[in-house]
Design a protein around this ligand. Structure first.
Ligand code: PLP
Length: 398
């Protein structure tokens, strides 16, 4: 059969963007040092990463990863269930349970696998999930894998959530409300206390995907649930190591019994090789450092405040973000791509977010900040955005 992909809508779009020199994806990074990267031989200030604590280049973290390779080799060559369970994995699970304030933790090999595995295991044929309309793609895919149905509520809208709870509570055995703690594109925060209250009112369980909250929000970065002082009442928290914890992998925490169930039923846990030793040791060291060194978070929040104030003074619409993710509203998709190119020409690496990742007309440039950004870096970013504002007629608050 002579089947081609050239008619696919996405490939037509990619072709159009390449022809117009606006293609923004798969930029090859040749080198990284702190918050600087090199692309096509040119150094750029990185404001498009999730390396919120800058740990990828911390000397102690790098040394821990190297030592783990020396002791355990480069990979586990099997699932935790059978031959790939190292003492390192079990130690990290204990540390994470302690850090997040839950009874037990299960490690997965990626954050995506954590959501797919845990939610498909927890949501059986007689259960249902109710999820926020702006939840991450991995949660949407988890809802496709789960045996029970999924219902959506409007983003951070408590009335809409209550409507869904009311109509589900008597029809299903277990109802699980699922939401991001910090939403990845706009940096908006789930109102955990109010969501938890509704869950309690209707006997539902609450699962928070804290990929962007863990390591950042709350005391010592213990997460969004800690930020709101709600650990006692949330049933499950998921986190990833591909952002603040400078590696790859993920975890879910909950009660001992629930996590034991996940360990024996989550297919992405049982049928996939375990996190490599260097990744486990990286995360363990990151946790050790955040527990003893508050200066990393102090510098992170100082930088975030500097940028929030800077963008506000310039009049940009930033979705009132209170996290290290500061989105800059652009509106039009093509404008967002042109501004990304302009930033790159001025030595700034930022990421555009266009439809369908956001609704049409709501394109943005997602920026994010780390402790390693210097005041000079941040001042330069603001100056270049100020220039772009006039050149590209970027919509503002004023
Ligand atoms: C909210 C959210 N959940 C889950 C994931 C998946 O994590 P990972 O990259 O570790 O697979 C991401 C990553 O982009 C995310 O932003």
């Amino acid at each position: 059969m002579n089947q081609t992909f050239s008619d696919a809508k996405i490939l037509k779009k990619a072709k159009m963007l390449r022809e117009n020199n606006l293609y923004p994806w798969f930029r090859a990074i040749e080198n990284t040092v702190g918050s600087r990267v090199s692309v096509s031989g040119k150094e750029q200030i990185m404001i498009g990463s999730n390396n919120y604590l800058g740990f990828t280049h911390h000397p102690e973290v790098q040394e821990a990863a190297i030592k783990a390779i020396e002791k355990f080799g480069t990979g586990c060559t099997g699932s935790r269930f059978l031959n790939g369970n190292l003492s390192l994995h079990e130690e990290l699970e204990e540390k994470l349970a302690d850090y997040t304030g839950f009874e037990s933790a299960v490690l997965f090999s990626t954050g995506m696998q954590s959501n797919l595995g845990a939610l498909a295991a927890l949501c059986g044929p007689r259960d249902c999930m109710i999820y926020d309309s702006e939840n991450h793609a991995s949660l949407i895919d988890a809802s496709r894998l789960a045996m029970g149905p999924t219902f959506k509520f409007k983003h951070n809208d408590l009335e809409s959530l209550e409507d869904q709870l009311q109509s589900s509570v008597n029809r299903f055995k277990r109802v699980i409300v699922v939401a991001d703690g910090v939403f990845s594109m706009t940096g908006s925060i789930c109102p955990v206390p109010q969501v938890r209250e509704l869950c309690q009112k209707y006997g539902a369980e609450l699962y928070i995907d804290d990929a962007h909250g863990i390591g950042v929000m709350g005391d010592k970065g213990r997460g969004t649930v800690h930020h709101f002082n709600e650990t006692e009442n949330v049933d499950y928290v998921m986190g990833t190591f591909s952002k603040s914890f400078a590696s790859i992998g993920g975890f879910v925490v909950g009660t001992k019994e629930a996590m034991d169930y996940v360990r024996h039923t989550a297919r992405s846990f049982m049928f996939s090789a375990s996190m490599p030793p260097s990744a486990v040791a990286t995360v363990s060291k990151c946790l050790e450092i955040v527990m003893r060194d508050d200066s990393i978070h102090e510098q992170l929040w100082k930088n975030v405040q500097f940028m929030q104030e800077g963008f506000a003074q310039l009049g940009f619409y930033t979705y009132d973000s209170k996290t290290p993710i500061i989105p800059i509203f652009m509106g039009d998709d093509i404008k967002s791509l042109k501004v990304t190119n302009f930033l790159e020409s001025k030595g700034i690496f930022a990421t555009p977010v266009i439809s369908p990742a956001v609704p049409k007309g709501e394109a943005l440039i997602r920026t994010s900040y780390m402790p390693s950004h210097t005041t000079e870096d941040l001042t330069k970013v603001l100056e270049v955005f100020a220039e772009a504002k006039t050149l590209f007629n970027i919509p503002t608050n004023n």
